[in-house]
Design a protein around this ligand. Structure first.
Ligand code: HXC
Length: 257
């Protein structure tokens, strides 16, 4: 597939998707959305691919939704097109997506990073929801996902003032999984993705679904969801293979079934 705003590369079982609108600091316009939806659908459908890395440039993961595209829109335009709703597709991808963030992840950029399964941050990463400075609010789930990630106090301060936080503050607050030196970010993200892509594919999807369930259900329902899925995996060939491989002291040879 050829894209204009993305670079998509397959490295073994890992799909690397690089946002590529450097002239606009990777601002997320409708074309980026359309292309990203297509790239993620192809990744999800490909049995040869196990994990994706979504990244940007050294200067910007993405500096937000494209302000120039939104500037002239009226309420009826936004409402009729359900503007931004397509971005939720990122969260419906069944296989894991790691956001590898260097530089700015602002507004929609921060929101897309938070839609991924976890964020690896370069020490140069800066996260923020500056929409209030444009007279609006986050519109791609940021007010909810940021609050889930960092708690009310920090989320409220960030959305009300537009203050950016650096990588260290983001890690302390629980927004990012890990910080790595900027020069190592891509290698580290790819290595982490390879580790995931080498696991039993059904177990990968099940583990992702379980953790996500924690955000949608009560504790008791979430634990029940976990147990049902856990029990269900005992009907798979890869559970037999994984446990036999452990007993035989060899790596598992997965079939994805
Ligand atoms: C469109 C953008 C953009 C954006 C940057 N650019 N961010 N274009 N939409 N979100 C463009 C600039 O217009 C400029 O193009 C080029 O990218 C380089 O940006 P500069 O501002 O010259 O770079 P710099 O001085 O280094 O400043 C970097 C920055 C600043 C601090 C990240 O660009 C910035 O504040 N950007 C906007 C951040 C933001 O408000 N994001 C939230 C968007 S709203 P030209 O052609 O002029 O050289 C959003 C909300 C979603 O995401 C939900 C509801 C609305």
């Amino acid at each position: 597939m050829a894209f204009e705003t993305l670079i998509v590369e397959q490295v073994g079982r890992v799909t690397r998707i690089t946002l590529n609108r450097p002239q606009a600091l990777n601002a997320l316009n409708s074309q980026v959305l359309t292309e990203l939806i297509a790239a993620l659908a192809a990744f999800d459908a490909d049995d040869g691919q196990g994990c994706a890395v979504l990244t940007g440039s050294e200067k910007a993961f993405a500096a937000g939704a494209d302000i120039k595209e939104m500037q002239a829109q009226g309420f009826a335009d936004m409402y009729a097109t359900n503007f931004f709703s397509g971005w939720e597709t990122v969260t419906r991808t069944r296989k894991p997506i790691i956001a590898a963030v260097a530089g700015y992840a602002l507004g929609g950029g921060c929101e897309v990073a938070m839609m991924c399964d976890f964020i690896l941050a370069a020490d140069t990463a800066k996260f923020g929801q500056p929409e209030i400075k444009l007279g609006v609010t986050p519109g791609m789930g940021g007010s909810q996902r940021l609050t889930h990630a960092v708690g009310k106090a920090k989320a409220m301060e960030m959305v009300l003032t537009g203050r950016m936080i650096g990588a260290e503050e983001a890690e302390r607050a629980g927004l990012v999984a890990r910080i790595v030196p900027a020069a190592d970010l891509l290698d580290e993200a790819m290595k982490t993705a390879e580790t995931i892509a080498a696991m039993a594919p059904l177990a990968v999807v099940a583990n992702k679904e379980m953790v996500n369930a924690a955000f949608e259900t009560s504790l008791a329902q979430g634990v029940q969801f976990e147990r049902r899925l856990f029990n269900g995996l005992f009907g798979t060939a890869d559970q037999k293979e994984g446990m036999t491989a452990f007993v035989e002291k060899r790596p598992g040879n997965w079939t994805g079934r």
